[in-house]
Design a binder for this molecule. Structure first.
Ligand SMILES: [Zn+2]
Length: 461
């Protein structure tokens, strides 16, 4: 009995030791106003005082930093010493994390569940994958499951294909990619909602969007990372590749961070040229070569395959947070934003989508290339897809919020987030059709005039 108790105690201790707790961690907002202040913010991470939520920090950028309880005094002292203002956003991260898994108390709201899926809390990988199977079983003539490949830890990267018209000629194809970054839980919660809408909505505009296109839907393309956010570290971003392990002690961060590659820096799109790191301890580590990761390879092969099967029109990559519709390409600025040949149309479609989205709850999404809305990047999936296939509409969508909760978006915001995103997708589809992309005849005058207008607007942003 005694041996059993010791074993039990040891097991409990081991289990609790591996899961990172964020009890007492606080999240602060800092806006550095000078380069010196940017350096101070970066040093906070370098010196182990806090960890930034942002990949990059520059002047006037609203940075978020999480600070463990034993470093809060150091953090405050440093902010007083350097005279940098801060705002406390989250007083106890663990409490907000725990709340994300509690179902929201709400009055019965129509459309908040479909088969075993609900949108009143966040769901783990097993729940999402089981639901995909259930959806396929319930709609055998329309939906089939598909596995695009396997992750580093050999998990399936599972999705579904929704095809209302299997016999159609001149197929129009769209793809939804969710959870390339593990901790962005609103991403799969959005993608699963879109599936529900495609299968159950009676809105004629949603029906057209669902039925005129063959949809390839992958709610979680980084399954290892997503599982890890439930079992070990809620703030995990990368995949779980271990091939590049080196000690991170000198970076002031946990050694575990040297595992994993940032999948949204790993694609063969101007790889490692800007906004990416060659340091395995960085959250934006791009890997040792383009498409070095099995998850990246799976997406690359899948996209190349569907691109040859019909008219590939939409590629949406769902991330969080900051409320953005990001237009390719993410490495360009100034007049080079016109590198993508239909940049003007993509800008216009995004603008219309954002305007429509705002009408429902007043939520503001900005739009434009990464340089103007976020920061420059390379190795991103949506840019690679645009470059490889010239798909007319390829966006990275950063979902709610603006950083009040960031990755820890409360569950009561899932449905409002999803409703407004659905509005945007429907509107963007309406504009895309009007521009002639379904028929393949893009009106040249419209395209050219929009390019001129959009170039000016974008430069003013
Ligand atoms: Zn992301």
């Amino acid at each position: 009995m005694k041996t059993y108790l010791i074993f039990l105690f040891a097991t409990i201790l081991a289990a609790s030791a591996i899961k990172q707790t964020f009890e007492g961690y606080k999240v602060y907002k800092i806006i550095p106003r000078t380069q010196d202040e940017v350096d101070v913010v970066k040093d906070l991470q370098k010196n182990g005082i806090g960890q930034l939520w942002d990949d990059q920090v520059h002047i006037n950028y609203e940075a978020r930093i999480m600070v463990p309880p034993n470093k809060i005094d150091d953090f405050k002292n440093e902010m007083v010493r350097t005279n940098i203002g801060t705002e406390e956003l989250i007083s106890d991260m663990q409490r907000v994390i725990d709340d994300q898994l509690q179902p929201v108390k709400r009055n019965s709201r129509t459309g908040s569940s479909f088969l075993d899926m609900t949108w009143d809390r966040y769901h783990n990988l097993d729940e999402i994958y089981k639901w995909l199977d259930d959806v396929a079983a319930s709609y055998p003539n329309i939906v089939k499951t598909v596995v695009m490949g396997r992750s580093f830890e050999n998990r399936e990267i599972k999705g579904i294909v929704i095809n209302y018209k299997p016999d159609r000629k001149d197929k129009v194809i769209g793809m939804l990619e969710g959870t390339l970054h593990a901790r962005e839980w609103i991403s799969p919660a959005t993608v699963t909602w879109i599936v529900k809408e495609f299968l159950t909505s009676s809105d004629p505009a949603v029906r057209s969007l669902a039925e005129d296109i063959e949809w390839h839907v992958f709610p979680v393309v980084n399954p290892d990372g997503y599982v890890y956010t439930f079992t070990h570290n809620r703030m995990w971003r990368k995949n779980r590749g271990t091939r590049n392990f080196t000690s991170c002690a000198s970076s002031g961060v946990a050694d575990d961070l040297s595992n994993g590659v940032d999948l949204n820096r790993n694609f063969d799109f101007v790889w490692m040229s800007t906004g990416a790191s060659d340091n395995p301890c960085s959250t934006t580590f791009a890997g040792l070569a383009p498409a070095s990761e099995p998850e990246t390879v799976a997406i690359v092969n899948y996209v190349k395959n569907i691109n040859g099967q019909g008219k590939f029109i939409y590629y949406y990559s769902f991330h969080s947070f900051t409320q953005l519709i990001v237009v390719p390409y993410s490495n360009v600025t100034g007049v080079d934003i016109l590198t993508a040949e239909n940049y003007g149309d993509m800008f216009e479609i995004a603008a219309r989508g954002a305007a429509k989205l705002r009408q429902r709850f007043g939520t503001v999404y900005r739009y434009g290339v990464a340089h103007d809305t976020l920061y420059v990047m390379s190795g991103t999936s949506f840019d690679w897809v645009k470059l490889e296939t010239n798909v007319p509409v390829s966006y990275l969508i950063e979902l709610r919020d603006l950083g009040e909760y960031g990755f820890l978006l409360p569950a009561e915001q899932i449905i409002p987030n999803n409703l407004e995103i659905m509005d945007a997708l429907v509107e963007m589809d309406r504009v895309t059709r009007l521009m002639g992309y379904y028929s393949g005849s893009v009106p040249v005058i419209c395209t050219l005039s929009v390019v001129a207008l959009c170039a000016v607007v974008s430069l003013l942003m």
